[in-house]
Design a protein. Structure first.
Length: 254
């Protein structure tokens, strides 16, 4: 079964409440919380994401999927454990050695939370193999972390396939999540490669109907036709670039 984790990174200011309620109604499986500290990656979303996560927890029981793109992992785990996330994922590259990786895994578990490890596009997937028996999810970044709306890096498909093959051969029970450039065009490719949790932000939030896109992203391979993808992509394009033009002009003229 494929699940969808909706990134709230690009939620429009002033529309948070409406958007969060609409996403829950559209049956997103998770709210994906992109936590950046301005150090591990250039962008800083730390306080905004903490505020959003706290607000979502007050109004919804939907699981929170927290993705830490930070240098100080322990502090972030302490801060975000307060919102009772379903899973906290940290970057392998943020740890200096194997001991720190294992200590971080155990620390997250001590906070009654599932654990994920994320790897950047340039990190060899083999580097995460030794930790897979101890975690619940491996997040394969399919773009460089730190920015929304990037184009999917096609070479990451083979990385997902390699990870899936290793997991199956070693009979491990672990989710494979992909994050970056996931939309109706790229989703079939990553699902076929073995990913079972898809992170999508722009593809969902720019659509007229969130549920239509989320449902299509969840569809088993082969259930979505070329014309389904074409028409849904066209609808999203019209919404994002045409319907919002008056609002964009109004903002620019203030």
């Amino acid at each position: 079964m494929v699940e969808v984790s909706t990134s709230i990174l690009s939620v429009k200011k002033g529309e948070e409440s409406k958007t969060f309620f609409a996403l829950e109604a559209a049956k997103t499986d998770y709210f994906h919380i992109d936590v950046m500290d301005g150090k591990f990656v250039e962008k800083d979303t730390y306080q905004t994401m903490l505020e959003y996560a706290s607000y979502i927890r007050r109004i919804s029981n939907a699981p929170l999927d927290v993705h830490l793109m930070v240098e100080d992992i322990k502090k972030a785990v302490d801060d975000f454990s307060a919102v009772e996330p379903n899973i906290i994922t940290f970057h392998l590259e943020a740890c200096k050695d194997e001991q720190e990786v294992m200590e971080t895994i155990n620390y997250i578990k001590q906070n009654n939370c599932k654990v994920g490890i994320a790897v950047k596009p340039n990190t060899s997937i083999e580097e995460v193999y030794q930790y897979l028996p101890y975690i619940h999810m491996c997040l394969v970044m399919t773009v460089e972390p730190g920015k929304g709306g990037q184009t999917y890096l096609s070479e990451m498909t083979e990385k997902v396939k390699t990870l899936k093959k290793y997991i199956d051969e070693n009979q491990l029970e672990i989710d494979i999540e992909v994050d970056g450039g996931i939309n109706l065009r790229t989703a079939p490719e990553v699902k076929k490669a073995g990913a079972n949790i898809l992170v999508a932000g722009t593809a969902i939030l720019s659509a007229v109907d969130y549920k239509v896109i989320i449902d299509e992203l969840k569809c088993p391979i082969g259930d979505v036709s070329f014309w389904d993808i074409y028409l849904l992509s066209l609808t999203s394009y019209i919404t994002y670039y045409i319907i919002d033009i008056p609002r964009w002009l109004e903002m620019c003229c203030v």
